[in-house]
Write a protein that binds this ligand. Structure first.
Ligand SMILES: Cc1ncc(COP(=O)(O)O)c(C=O)c1O
Length: 326
């Protein structure tokens, strides 16, 4: 019998066809199911890459504490990978994060520091600022720093991009990717655009500054929204807009309703940001006069995580009614 290392099970996720959604939108649509990573999201890939790089560079030893600020998925990946490597982890999370995500991080034995949900990146309580203070005051710690660390983008350029390309290389017309740190859109977008002519559609949320910044070069203030993982209140230095052709900004309501519908029509129970991607794709195709008019025959949607992480929110009818969305 051969055992594998937990970290070796990260990646090689399937690209799954959604026949009903494809028929509805008039093009073939596949979802890259990143919830099939062991930490249940795409973030396993970049956290593994960053931590292994830290070990190689001698920045992480047996007594190192791994620190990160995260709205959830990165936190789970850091906590899981730290536990698998016998390391300690300390995670800062904003309180908007779903209960399931907080409990997951604690289940891996990581220390959780909760902070208020802020839309002002200059607020001392803004979760990356809290993480930064912890890093400054904790001896022998390693800061993953997904917003600033170019190794986030490198991981997707070196690993996710080639993997997805070999699954669909040369044959897709549109790649739909939610933009949070921008690591996946920039890394995968760059890998594809160096090889093929295709469009990359970035997905953003109402309340985030990305879309306005992308089209005008400046932006107003951010507002709080409920979708987790995408949209930002500042422009992370690792995001590179040259690999994104267009942005669609999607409301919380449209994101969650699209995610709920996809579970029923195609058996794909995916996270809120995948709902945003589906709703954003619909908005985009409507503006273009439909998939055929735009020349989109094959579309791939990157799906970062599972709906199981949001059973108490977007997949809970009472919660949806409280928001006025059902
Ligand atoms: C659920 C979810 N979707 C999308 C993203 C965006 O990915 P990226 O940070 O690579 O832009 C994240 C990142 O945290 C996420 O957690």
């Amino acid at each position: 019998m051969t055992f594998v290392n937990l970290l070796d099970t990260i990646g090689q996720t399937p690209l799954v066809h959604a026949p009903r959604l494809s028929a509805e939108l008039g093009c073939e649509i596949g979802f890259k199911l990143e919830y099939l990573n062991p930490g249940l999201s795409i973030k396993d890939r970049m956290v593994k890459h960053i931590i292994q790089q830290g070990v190689r560079e001698g920045k992480i030893g047996p007594d190192t504490t791994i620190v990160e600020g995260s709205s959830g998925n990165t936190a789970a990946s850091v906590a899981m990978i730290a536990a698998a490597m016998g390391l300690r982890a300390r995670i800062v999370m904003p309180e908007k994060v779903s209960r399931e995500k907080v409990d997951t991080v604690r289940a891996y034995g990581a220390e959780v520091i909760m902070t208020t949900t802020e839309s002002d990146p200059n607020s001392p309580n803004y979760y990356p600022n809290v993480a930064k203070r912890i890093v400054e005051s904790t001896p022998n710690c390693f800061y993953v720093d997904q917003y600033m660390n170019p190794a986030n983008t490198d991981a997707h350029y070196a690993i996710t991009g080639p993997e997805l390309y070999s699954q669909c290389g040369g044959q897709i017309d549109l790649l739909v990717i939610g933009v949070g740190t921008g690591g996946s859109a920039t890394g995968i977008g760059r890998y594809f655009k160096e090889r093929d002519q295709l469009k990359v559609l970035g997905i953003d949320t109402v309340g985030s500054i990305y879309t306005e910044h992308f089209y005008t070069g400046s932006h107003g203030e951010a507002a709080i929204y409920k979708v987790e993982g995408i949209g930002e209140d500042f422009i992370p230095p690792i995001v590179d807009f040259q690999y994104i052709d267009d942005f669609e900004q999607v409301s919380d309501k449209d994101s969650f309703l699209a995610g709920r519908e996809l579970a029923r029509t195609d058996g794909l129970l995916l996270g809120g940001s995948t709902g945003s991607a589906v709703a954003g794709l619909k908005q985009y195709l409507a503006k273009k006069g439909g998939a055929a008019a735009a020349g989109f025959k094959r579309v791939v949607v990157l799906s970062p995580d599972s709906g199981v992480k949001y059973l108490s929110k977007m997949y809970n009818d009472d919660w949806m009614r409280e928001q006025g969305w059902l």
